[in-house]
Design a protein around this ligand. Sequence first.
Ligand code: SF4
Length: 249
Amino acid sequence: MSDGRALAREYLEQQRLLGGNPVVTGPASHAAPPTAQPPDRQSADLPPPGVSYDPPSADLFAADPVSQAATLQAVAALVAECTKCRLCEGRANTVPGEGPDDARLVVVGEGPGRVEDETGRPFVGKAGELLTKILGAIDLPRERVFICNVVKCRPPENRLPQYDEIAACLPYLHRQVELLKPKVILAMGGTAAQTLLDTRQSLGSLRNQVHRFRGIPVIVTYHPAALLRNPNWKRPTWDDVRIARRLLD
Ligand code: SF4
């Protein structure tokens, strides 16, 4: 008896002992034992109605344009077109930040206010004038500093940026810092400090020490707008910026 016939006989005997009723088509000597199939196997592989299992678009795998931006100007161009969060809806202008490509100090604030939104420039108006004075006090002309914010569009009514808005905008700040490779970052205000340092600690507890963001020293201090409201904070701010100055020297 050939091997095929022996196998078929063995299979039929097994089915008989198990109480099955196999149907063998064609000559028994050539029939292979049937393989078990789930009853609805074919239909189970189809997407349910209304669901497409089409392969994902190639765009999904395209390089992230923010991390690919080669210059600060390229980052600003992406910001200008950005609609990644709801803050795009009320803006007059985006405020990507400004300063030289080789700035050794980067100042990071919270987000644009009314005048920044109108002009497209960071830290203008009274708070901006105070920042210029603070920088002058440590011998840093504003023109030599890169100044920007965590979010690049104005939150309505100058409210705090919300978590999802910060998360959407953060890649721009990260790329700016990557391109600038500054020697020191000055985080002004709680939002900038907590975002860069990824912490919920209060500004008061973060001040007066050197932190790190991707290896770059970060000094935390009050936002100039807060200093305008509370002049008592000017002295501690002065102490903080002197730490930054020492790190730059
Ligand atoms: S705040 Fe940032 S993420 Fe939101 S729309 Fe403006 S640039 Fe885009």
